[in-house]
Design a protein around this ligand. Structure first.
Ligand SMILES: Nc1ncnc2c1ncn2[C@@H]1O[C@H](COP(=O)(O)OP(=O)(O)O)[C@@H](O)[C@H]1O
Ligand SMILES: CC(=O)OP(=O)(O)O
Ligand SMILES: [Mg+2]
Length: 374
């Protein structure tokens, strides 16, 4: 089956054509590029299906066929992922309009974390707030982590069921997930994709008391605060650059003190989240880095891993390469790997599953119309 996959991330919209499990075409645009979806749709011959990444699926645990009702339900959770969800909704609408008769499937980042253990899923907030189970930790980057688990098992010659690993997805968004036996047991992003380590333009976790203080004294309303936390913080906010780690590292190498501090905070916070994630496992079989930074700035991930010597991890100098590989030294307590982010392959898999469940006929594919996406 030939699937057009669309992955709206915070910095880029990535498109790929996946034919029977192998990518045969690939393109990317800055996320705000007008006409990018039309370009993606017209660039390759008509696919059998399309699959769109939605970071938030609400309570949805599996991929679903996109219908008007599904989109309406996915729109309701847009405020919880304000950078990503509106873009995914727009992408799905455009693909449906441009490819009439082609089944469009929605695949969710949150699905992989849907069975988080209670202690990892809940915030210590008043019962009255959390009773409906909506104000909780959802977790994101699930499609990426799902692929990493599959690929790591393959690279290490182990079964997913026996593997305990920590996956650091380090792109424009950054998250760390602990996986035991193929299941997410803790993850750093929570109710929104703002929690966790520092990111390209997002703050990651900040003392809520500090934010309350600024809102009172600035004074600053929620929209202005959201803009600062999503777009004006992290590497970008600290260094005054775009937040692209390559740019920040170049400024740091040129002696810019703000950029030096930004990289130090970024590395420190990522290392801290990895350390925290390890404590959700009984044993660490692998630490895996994935995402644009892992692929293109491997020296930064090597620095993070090197600082994890307390866990017995040993990593030497590493070269930039597109190959999935072990980057740790032979005497490392566990292998450290870099795996290319392949959300495209998980998206295609999701579309194939939905269509197979319907007997292969797009028109008869299962939809979530009966079950609400909340
Ligand atoms: N071609 C590239 N060259 C250098 N760095 C890159 C490249 N692509 C991505 N990066 C790095 O990865 C980051 C974006 O990661 P990516 O996973 O593509 O982002 P998104 O979160 O939008 O999916 C950039 O900020 C940059 O640091
Ligand atoms: C969830 C998230 O932050 O995704 P991305 O890194 O693609 O922006
Ligand atoms: Mg991404």
């Amino acid at each position: 089956m030939r699937v057009l996959t669309l992955n709206p991330g915070s910095s880029t919209l990535k498109a790929a054509v996946v034919d029977d499990g192998a990518a045969v075409g690939w393109a990317a645009w800055p996320s705000d590029t007008p006409g990018a979806v039309l370009d993606a749709v017209r660039r390759w011959r008509r696919p059998d299906a399309a699959a769109v990444r939605f970071v938030h699926g609400g309570a949805q645990k599996t991929p679903v066929l996109v219908t008007d009702r599904v989109l309406e339900n996915l729109e309701r959770v847009a405020p919880f992922a304000p950078v990503h969800q509106p873009l995914s909704l727009e992408v799905a609408r455009q693909v449906r309009a441009e490819l009439p008769g082609v089944a469009v499937v929605a695949c969710f980042d949150t699905a992989f974390h849907a069975e988080l253990p209670d202690a990892a899923a809940h915030y210590p907030l008043p019962r009255a707030w959390t009773r409906q189970n909506r104000l909780r930790r959802y977790g994101f980057h699930g499609l990426s982590v799902r692929y990493v688990v599959r690929r790591t098992a393959e690279l290490l010659g182990r079964s997913e069921a026996e593997l305990q690993l920590v996956c650091a997805h380090v792109g424009a968004g950054v998250s760390v997930t602990a996986v035991r036996g193929g299941r997410s047991v803790d993850t750093s992003m929570g109710f929104t994709p703002l929690e966790g380590p520092a990111m390209a333009t997002r703050s990651g976790s900040v003392d809520p008391g500090l934010l309350l203080h600024v809102m009172k004294t600035a004074p600053m309303g929620p929209d202005a605060m959201a803009d600062v936390l999503y777009h004006g913080s992290g590497l970008a906010g600290m260094s005054g650059t775009s937040g692209d780690l390559g740019e920040v590292s170049a400024a740091a190498a040129g002696g810019d003190a703000d950029a030096v501090l930004a990289v130090a905070v970024y590395v420190h916070r990522l290392r801290r989240e990895i350390g925290a994630a390890v404590t959700s496992l009984d044993d660490l079989d692998a630490l895996v880095f994935t995402g644009g930074v892992a692929q293109y700035q491997p020296e930064t991930v090597a620095a993070v891993a090197r600082d994890l010597g307390v866990l017995g991890l040993r990593v030497g100098a590493i070269e930039r390469s597109d190959a999935d590989r072990v980057i740790s030294l032979p005497d490392s307590a566990a292998p450290v790997l870099v795996v290319r982010a392949r959300e495209d392959l998980e998206l295609a898999r999701g579309a194939e599953e939905v269509l197979a469940a319907a007997g292969g006929a797009p028109g008869r594919a299962h939809s979530a119309d009966g079950g609400e996406v909340r």
